[in-house]
Every structure is written in structure tokens, then in C-alpha cells.
Design a protein around this ligand. Structure first.
Ligand SMILES: *Cc1c(COP(=O)(O)O)cnc(C)c1O
Length: 355
């Protein structure tokens, strides 16, 4: 056997969702319940005519589309093969063996994986009632903390903290600590918390904002994410990105999806309506469901045993939610919002379990 590097050997593989069998309906990966903009599909198809060519390494058209919609500087945008690629590169650029990454108790699991790849320690600040606590983040800071990684709205909790709390965090952190605000679900909360306040943080030079096309835009299969960066952070991260990282069809789809804000807003509104009805039904069944600002809800059962029974009953009906044991929430399942009829099926199953 060829021995791998010890820190790689010590890692467990990143735990993606169990995808079930061919008849399974997945409520496990937070994919969109609705198809992407027809303009995005058409743009991807048209781009396939040029498969012999490498894609645009600078994502010029995609960056222009993002800059236009969000009224930000295109020069500060980097695009990744999903925002996961940007998370990985940020952590590799700024954290390593002598430093640590601070996330939050129920924060995005991939940040922990990326820290292990970079041989950085990873710590998590406790949350309060399934919601990020800025005070707890500040108390958990260590002398070697190089990156604070915050997901808002949160995954897997779905909860939201106001922009004012993120600004308070930033102002209280040392300027030598990079704050990464992962806003993978922010399209679901932009109407409540103006995105411009958060994008403006990149002007400070010490904060990065990440977004994705995988959730509200319905393009998880395209692998396209983006971030708003201070110029010198962008320069460092750029060195670590895979050149030509996003396929031409995916860039075209993402740009067209960004230009079709009406379609995205329609997806957000329809998803929120199904979500809120499902959450209300779950509360009637006696489950605890934190207020969600995402395309999923967290369902908290009376115990880990009841959650296991619910999971088994759902699987028997070919419905698959995401187990939360890995997040220290074995009494919870996370349910991606799907079409109304699928949520009705899930409701029927859980009614049987809770009876
Ligand atoms: C889905 C998700 C992402 C982004 O995933 P990509 O598909 O790689 O863009 C990032 N952070 C969180 C918290 C997510 O849930």
C-alpha cells in the first residue's frame, strides 16, 4: 500500500445524503422543488454547440449578470464549481496547521471537511435555540482563529439572524480574521434583510460573501456558485481554483438564470408557501419546527428513537429526508421542500408516526 499523508488518512469521506433507490423521492439535498428558468435551460443547450472549446476562465458574462442584478463590482466576483469550491479554496488559502477555523454548532458540515483537508483545526461555537449566536462566536475565538465561517440563513436549522448581528460580529472581530458569510439560501430571506448591507462588507477587505445557483435558482446540477471578495483575497483564492472550473453550459445557464429574477422570485414564493403550510402541519402534529428562511425545514421529534421511526416509515413510502445525527441532532430530520403533493405524502406518513 502507498501510504497517504496522515491527515488525509485520518479524514472520513464527506457524508453526502443517502440517495435511496430508483423509486425514492429525495427530500434530503435541498435541491429546488421547481425547474430552473426556461431561459437557463435554453442557454445551456445553446452552449453545448461549443463543447470542443474550453469555457471562459473569467466567467465574464456570468459575472456581468451577477453584477447587474446585485449592483456590485464585477471585478470583485469569483465563480466556483458550486460555492463548495470557493469554501475549500478560501480555507486552503487562509488556514493551515498553525491555525484554526471557527464555525457554529449546526453550521455547514463542509467547512469542517475543508479545514481537515488543510490540516487546520476546526471548532464550533454553540448556537442558541438552533440559531447562530454572535456572542457565542466571539467567546469561542482563539488566538489562532484565522477564519470565522457563518451560514445565514443556517443549514440545517433554517434560522436567520438579522444583518445587524453580522455587522456587529464583523466590527467585534479582529481585522486579521477573515469572516466568510455563506448565504446559500439568502434568496429566501433577501426580502427581509437587504443583501446590499452584507455585500458592502467586502469593501472592508476582511469579509467574503458566498452565494450559489444550486438552491433558489434550481441549478444544483450545473455546479455554479459565486462570491463577493476583497480584491486581494480574490487574488489568493484565484490561485487555488481549478482553471476553467465551470463548464460552458453551466456558466450560460447560471447567467441566464440570474437575468431571470422573476422566475427565481416565483420559485422562492411558491417554495415558501408550501414550506409554511407543511411547517404548520408539523407543529399541529406536535413537532418542534424552527421558523425557516430556506427551502427546507428542520423537524424535531420527541426523541432520537421517534426520529428513527419516522425515518423508517418515510423510507417505506419511498420518501427520504436527511438524518441529522452528524450534526448532533439525532432527534431531528431535515426535510427539503418539494412539490405540494410530496409534502402531503410526507405529512400523511408522519401523522401515522405521531399518532
Ligand atoms: C447547498 C449549500 C452550499 C452550496 O453548495 P454548492 O452546490 O456547492 O453551491 C453552501 N453552503 C450551504 C450551507 C449549503 O446548504
Amino acid at each position: 500500500m502507498i501510504p497517504p499523508l496522515p491527515h488525509i488518512a485520518a479524514m472520513s469521506p464527506y457524508a453526502l445524503a443517502d440517495l435511496g433507490g430508483p423509486r425514492t423521492v429525495s427530500l434530503a439535498q435541498n435541491e429546488s422543488a421547481f425547474a430552473p428558468s426556461p431561459a437557463a435551460v435554453a442557454a445551456a443547450q445553446a452552449a453545448q454547440a461549443n463543447l470542443a472549446l474550453y469555457p471562459d476562465p473569467d466567467w465574464s458574462d456570468l459575472r456581468a449578470a451577477i453584477a447587474d442584478v446585485h449592483r456590485v463590482d464585477p471585478a470583485r466576483i469569483l465563480c466556483g464549481a458550486g460555492s463548495m469550491e470557493l469554501i475549500g479554496c478560501l480555507i486552503h488559502a487562509y488556514a493551515g496547521p498553525e491555525s484554526s477555523v471557527l464555525g457554529t454548532e449546526f453550521g455547514y458540515a463542509f467547512a469542517r471537511t475543508a479545514a481537515a483537508q488543510a490540516r487546520a483545526e476546526y471548532h464550533a461555537a454553540p448556537e442558541a435555540e438552533l440559531t447562530v449566536s454572535v456572542d457565542n462566536i466571539l467567546s469561542a475565538m482563539r488566538p489562532d482563529t484565522r477564519i470565522v465561517f457563518l451560514c445565514n440563513p443556517g443549514n440545517p436549522t433554517g434560522t436567520l439572524i438579522p444583518n445587524s448581528e453580522i455587522l456587529r460580529l464583523r466590527n467585534a472581530l479582529p481585522g486579521t480574521v477573515l469572516l466568510v458569510v455563506d448565504q446559500a439560501y439568502a434568496e429566501f430571506s433577501d426580502a427581509l434583510e437587504p443583501p446590499s448591507e452584507i455585500f458592502a462588507l467586502a469593501e472592508r477587505g476582511d469579509t467574503v460573501i458566498l452565494r450559489t445557483f444550486s438552491k433558489a435558482y434550481g441549478l444544483a446540477g450545473a455546479r455554479a456558485g459565486w462570491g463577493y471578495f476583497p480584491p486581494d483575497v480574490a487574488g489568493q483564492v484565484r490561485k487555488l481554483l481549478n482553471p476553467n472550473n465551470i463548464a460552458a453550459a453551466s456558466q450560460a445557464a447560471a447567467a441566464a438564470a440570474m437575468r431571470d429574477q422573476d422566475h427565481m422570485r416565483g420559485t422562492v414564493a411558491r417554495t415558501a408557501e408550501i414550506r409554511d403550510r407543511f411547517a404548520a402541519q408539523m407543529r399541529v402534529l406536535g413537532l418542534e419546527v424552527p421558523a425557516a428562511h430556506t427551502n427546507f425545514v428542520l423537524l424535531r421529534f420527541a426523541s432520537a428513537e421517534v426520529a428513527r421511526r419516522a425515518d423508517a416509515a418515510l423510507r417505506a413510502e419511498h420518501l427520504l429526508m436527511r438524518g441529522m445525527g452528524g450534526y448532533g441532532l439525532p432527534d431531528c430530520l431535515r426535510a427539503t421542500i418539494c412539490a405540494g403533493q410530496i409534502m402531503d405524502r410526507a405529512h400523511d406518513v408522519l401523522k401515522g408516526v405521531q399518532r
